[in-house]
Design a protein around this ligand. Structure first.
Ligand code: GDD
Ligand code: MG
Length: 344
């Protein structure tokens, strides 16, 4: 079984957090986001993975190569310019020979892909879309189904008036290869705005797979913080972190006078100074220095972040190579790679 992961497009960066890191490489518990997705697919016996990329592939390719170390066979399908979700899949057509999965590359989920495939086959479906409930469907694709789970309506980013259900497109699809014939070659085309509504209008067998499994679209800094918090409190069955857990890489040093309240994860080559208070959930990337008396609460620090003496950081994401000045007070902010944090 093969899967195509969509990791391109305009929204590929987690703005305003970072200008130089693609969303797929944003660290989640100190591992690139996409690594979690690859491991998740592997668990469902999906090892042949195509990354459909519309933008700056070098960092991903450099890190993963063919990903055999992860137990996967990873190939890269490149677009010269973004072709849209369906156009990107069409562009990867040569890798497809049978029923296949497509995943939006910015979602983290526990959806049972094995069960979803069983459902797809039972229904003799040509397109199966995983459906998840959300509070505000206007940011997503709303999917209406009948009593037999057949899709009767698909509306992308509906207005409030158009919302008839809180079940939305979770960004996980199973497709039959014949769907590819509907997508024009080398042309911008979206599943959500063109292909799916057309399939429904033509009464093709398209079904919705309802699930309440853990699911989150990580497209904003707030959602990214939430994902980290959720994972550290054990909300996903793929990560075994415990809320009281404090995990420190053996190459890092913690001053005996520092105080750590879990869940806390500290990567290699970090230096945690005297009187530092780390209040979980907190993830500290490799090479970080937390100077004496700093307080860090509900934060994600990427690589080589230096937090000055007495600085207080709450609900923050700090991208790599930043220096937070002594005695700064920063709350609820995402600090990108370019900006240097000023005294607050
Ligand atoms: N390769 C490639 N090329 N990938 C693309 C392109 C493209 O031109 N355009 C978008 N993508 C990828 C994005 O990187 C992302 O992983 C995925 O397709 C979805 O694009 P987003 O920009 O994140 O869309 P969204 O979050 O607003 O909406 C989509 O996801 C929702 C669920 O999170 C839609 O599929 C909605 O219907 C859905 O509910
Ligand atoms: Mg998205």
């Amino acid at each position: 079984m093969k899967a195509i992961i969509l990791v391109g497009g305009e929204g590929t960066r987690l703005r305003p957090l970072t200008y130089s890191t693609v969303k797929a490489m944003v660290p989640v518990l100190n591992k690139p986001f996409i690594e979690h997705v690859i491991r998740y697919l592997n668990k469902h016996d999906i090892h042949d993975i195509v990354l459909a990329m519309g933008y700056k592939p070098d960092s991903i390719m450099g890190y993963f190569g063919d990903a055999h170390g992860l137990g996967a066979r990873l190939v890269y399908s490149m677009e010269e310019s973004p072709l849209g979700t369906a156009g990107a899949v069409k562009n990867a057509e040569k890798h497809i020979d049978d029923t296949f999965f497509v995943l939006n590359g910015d979602i983290f989920t526990d959806i049972d892909l094995t069960d979803m495939l069983k459902f797809h086959r039972q229904k003799k479906s040509k397109l199966t879309i995983a459906l998840t409930p959300v509070d505000d469907p206007t940011h997503f694709g709303v999917v209406e189904t009948d009593a037999d789970h057949r899709i009767i309506r698909f509306v992308e980013k509906p207005s409030k008036e158009e919302v008839t259900t809180n079940r939305i497109n979770a960004g996980v699809y199973i497709l039959e290869p014949e769907i590819l014939q509907r997508i024009p070659q080398a042309t911008f085309c979206m599943f959500e705005r063109q292909v799916f509504p057309a399939l429904v209008a033509e009464d093709e067998p398209a079904f919705g797979y309802h699930t309440d499994a853990y699911w989150i679209d990580t497209g904003t800094p707030a959602k990214y913080l939430q994902l980290t918090r959720d994972l550290m409190y054990g909300k996903s069955c793929h990560i075994t972190f415990q809320s009281h857990c404090i995990e420190v890489h053996p190459r890092s040093t913690i001053h005996p006078g520092a105080k750590l309240n879990g869940p806390v994860l500290i990567d290699k080559d970090c230096d945690i100074g005297k009187g530092v208070h780390l209040k979980g959930p907190a993830v500290i990337g490799p090479g970080c220095t937390l100077e004496d008396g700093s307080i860090i609460e509900n934060c994600i620090l990427w690589h080589n972040v230096k937090v000055g003496r007495g600085a207080i950081l709450r609900d923050c994401i700090v991208a790599g190579d930043n220096h937070i000045e002594d005695n700064s007070r920063i709350e609820g902010t995402a600090i990108n790679n370019k900006a240097m944090a000023k005294k607050g």
